[in-house]
Design a protein around this ligand. Structure first.
Ligand code: TMP
Length: 237
């Protein structure tokens, strides 16, 4: 497969065309962003760590029957994925209250959410990814009701698979964000799953092991990502 021109550079990943119109190359960069890109730093090894982490998780999800865009690892910090038509909606499941839920609703951080809750956000940095709902998504044509129902069901299935996986590694999956797209009309999980897009706490100490370490200036960001990976069996090469 031939790598062609860069199509798009996001805050942490760049996307390249290939000679196959159905395939893209994702390049995981070291750039680490928070607060809608207002803070960006390059953290050594992050591209490689997230590339391997994501490949491992996508493999687990695929084994569980969840369709993902992931095809294969290409290099230390690149992988080959299906070329999806992305849906500009972020799907979030929360098992424990943290982050914007605590800020916007004034609920207590750390409380277990029963049942786990589901939220939709519009993917739009300029507007700071505002919370939306299914009605708004339908009205503005961001996704159809059928697509939203499927994305919600898949996001909860991911919860079952990954909550168990992280639990085995002595961690709590607090919350996470997924993005989906269409591949020849079918809903498929896209983007990435890494400690950049989820919250993971040590089950005993509740120490934060995810990107909140960067957001909150706690240090040892990539060391924590590697620790999470080691605990669930990711091979960092
Ligand atoms: P939030 O508490 O800031 O709404 O975030 C919920 C989850 O979604 C958390 O695991 C972080 C993740 N997330 C992203 O990956 N990208 C984003 O742009 C935002 C806002 C959240």
């Amino acid at each position: 497969m031939e790598k062609r021109q860069e199509l798009f550079a996001g805050k942490a990943k760049s996307v390249y065309a290939t000679d196959d119109p159905d395939r893209l190359i994702l390049h995981f960069r070291n750039d680490t962003s928070a607060f809608d890109g207002r803070r960006v730093e390059a953290l050594e090894r992050k591209g490689q760590v997230n590339n391997r982490f994501n490949a491992f998780i996508m493999g687990k999800l695929q084994e569980a029957g969840i369709p993902t865009h992931f095809e294969s690892l290409l290099s230390d910090d690149e992988c080959v994925v299906k070329n999806l038509e992305m849906i500009p909606v972020e799907c979030v499941v929360r098992n424990i209250a943290a982050g914007s839920l605590v800020k916007t609703l004034g609920v207590e951080e750390g409380q277990t959410l029963t049942p786990p809750t589901f939220q939709l956000f519009l993917k739009n940095d300029e507007l700071h990814d505002p919370m939306i709902n299914e009605s708004l998504a339908e009205t503005f044509g961001w996704a159809t009701p059928e697509q939203l129902a499927e994305m919600k069901a898949l996001t909860f299935r991911v919860n079952e698979v990954l909550k168990a996986l992280f639990e085995e590694g002595g961690m709590l999956l607090v919350d996470y964000k997924l993005e989906f797209g269409l591949f020849h009309g079918k809903i498929v999980l896209g983007d990435e799953f890494s400690p950049d897009g989820c919250r993971l706490w040590d089950a005993k100490t509740r120490e934060k092991l995810d990107k909140d370490r960067f957001r909150q200036g706690l240090g040892n960001v990539i060391e924590s990502y590697e620790e999470v990976g080691r605990r669930i069996g990711v091979d960092f090469g």
